[in-house]
Design a protein around this ligand. Structure first.
Ligand code: NAP
Length: 486
């Protein structure tokens, strides 16, 4: 099949209702989905009310015992069929992501590959369930430990990786034997809707996954969490919303998994390979136009190499081509909306007011489309707002340090603890330094940590729990222990 190339072709034939109990349900209230590169609407999707949300909940509760009773093999085979289908439709999904979210096509293809990996990974993991048989120390009993699905889940995803954030949660939940409601971000719901249809086509029974799109997430999700039948919420998004959801989990003792914001330091020591560090900086900063929780947010560079690093980074950023995600020449797409551009312009102004020097960029580009120039600043004061807030855009701020102890202290001086990047020419020193960084993940002389086989997640106010790896399925399972007199 030829992949669609124009925006109209990309959005043609998309499901637009709510997915409840295996059927697409039309709803009178709808909201538009906008292509951020043109600021034009590309589709309208259903705007669910609390009543729709509660019906979706009834349906996943009814489907829960049947799905929990499926064999591990049945779940594995369904996930594997979904992996094969998604991989075969890579180009179609990539074009949809590039259109509704804005990232360049090549990156969108990377997201499809990464997102599909979670289906394959959990298809493999589910076939190897863990259990345990022990003798009590006094010899008086046997201890049998097994795992069971935690129950109906609420999965809430952000707009920046519309496919991968959904597959990372859905694949783990389904593998564990849980039913779920997926609530995608209103900016990018189309990818989730098409992914849900792909799962139905792969044989997912009705009611095992429902998709609820809404412009009133606080009311709909609040009602679901207050109901008492949701046993787990898995959320990826901002720390501010994560805090609210954790509080809403309290009354019904719902288990929260939280993948929240980041403020990643990118440390370049004096003995680092600078070619590699600049290459890594381009990836760690510019993946998804900087709109990633893992994006390098603070460049901390040894004073001896800081000028050269800043100059080379600015040259590379200046050379980038900005354009619509579907344009094959585009390397940098739009920001998700105009407010994101305004925020970036404010962060740049604040850094300059605090003494930073602008090496390239610094401003929004004229519309249509919410584009921002790739930007590099040096001599950024650690007191600037861009070192405290998530930048979430193509803006790199560099500051220098004199020894690694100082760099580690600055790196850890944040409430976030998701990921850190460290470039060093000395492996032992780098490993010792990694151990002192208060983060859930460290990338050593490389710029990517995302991997379906690895436990992704943060500490401090970057989150609770892990997604991916052997660990990811545990968040969806409860332990049960049976005591045996023997
Ligand atoms: P966001 O504003 O927190 O929204 C995330 C999701 O939560 C959206 O679907 C949103 O829907 C929903 N939401 C908002 N308020 C809610 C409420 N009271 N109850 C239930 N749901 C609610 O974040 P975003 O702007 O979409 O995404 C960017 C953030 O995500 C950044 O902070 C980034 O670091 C973080 N992120 C983290 C990871 C990770 O793995 N750690 C990965 C990607 C992104 P509405 O928009 O309708 O409110």
């Amino acid at each position: 099949m030829t992949a669609p190339t124009t925006v109209d072709e990309v959005s043609a034939g998309l499901p637009s209702g709510l997915l409840i109990d295996g059927r697409w349900e039309r709803v009178d209230e709808t909201f538009p989905v906008v292509d951020p590169a043109t600021e034009k609407p590309i589709a309208r999707v259903a705007d669910a009310s609390v009543a729709h949300g509660l019906r979706a909940l009834d349906s996943i509760v009814d489907a829960a015992p049947g799905w929990a009773a499926t064999t591990f093999r049945e779940r594995a085979e369904l996930l594997r069929r979904a992996f094969d289908a998604l991989t075969a439709r890579r180009e179609e999904f990539a074009r949809l992501i590039a259109t509704e979210m804005g990232k360049p096509l090549e990156e969108a293809r990377g997201e499809v590959d990464y997102g599909a990996e979670f289906l394959r990974w959990y298809a493999e993991e589910v076939s190897r369930p863990e259990g345990d048989y022990r003798r009590s120390p006094d010899g008086g009993s046997r201890i049998l430990v097994s795992r069971r699905p935690i129950g109906p889940c609420l999965l809430i995803t952000p707009w920046n990786f519309p496919l991968a954030m959904a597959t990372r949660k859905v694949a783990a939940a389904l593998a564990a034997g849980c039913t779920a409601i997926l609530k995608p971000a209103p900016q990018t719901p189309l990818t989730s809707l098409r992914f849900a249809q792909l799962l139905l086509d792969a044989g997912l029974p009705a009611g095992v996954l429902n998709v609820v799109t809404t412009m009133d997430a606080p009311a709909v999700c609040g009602a679901l969490l207050a109901d008492g039948r949701i046993r787990k919420v898995s959320f990826t998004g901002s720390t501010a919303v994560g805090r609210l959801l954790i509080a809403q989990c309290g009354p019904q003792v719902v288990r929260p998994s939280m993948e929240l914001g980041g403020n990643a330091p990118f440390i370049v020591d004096e003995d680092a390979d600078l070619d590699r560090a600049v290459e890594g900086a381009m990836i760690a900063k510019m993946r998804n136009m900087g709109q990633a929780c893992t994006a390098a947010n603070r460049f901390l560079v040894h004073r001896r190499v800081a000028d050269e690093f800043g100059r080379r980074l600015a040259e590379r950023m200046r050379d980038l081509t900005v354009g619509h995600g579907l344009d094959p020449l585009s390397q940098v797409g739009p920001m998700i909306d105009g407010a994101a551009c305004d925020k970036l312009a404010g962060l740049v102004r604040d850094a300059v007011d605090h003494g930073a020097r602008l090496l390239t960029g610094g401003s929004p580009l004229p519309g249509p489309g919410t584009f921002f120039e790739p930007t590099v600043l040096t001599d950024v004061s650690p007191g600037s707002r861009m070192f405290a807030d998530e930048i979430f855009g193509p803006v790199a701020g560099v500051t220098c340090f004199d020894d690694l102890d100082e760099a580690v202290a600055v790196a850890n001086d944040t409430e976030y603890g998701l990921v850190a990047y460290l470039y060093s020419g000395n492996t032992e020193k780098a490993l010792r330094t990694a151990e002192r960084l208060d983060v859930g993940m460290v990338a050593l002389n490389r710029a990517l940590v995302s991997n379906a086989a690895a436990p992704f997640g943060g500490i401090k106010q970057s989150g609770l729990g892990r997604e991916g790896g052997r660990e990811g399925i545990n968040d969806y399972l409860d332990l049960q222990y049976v005591a045996i007199d023997a």
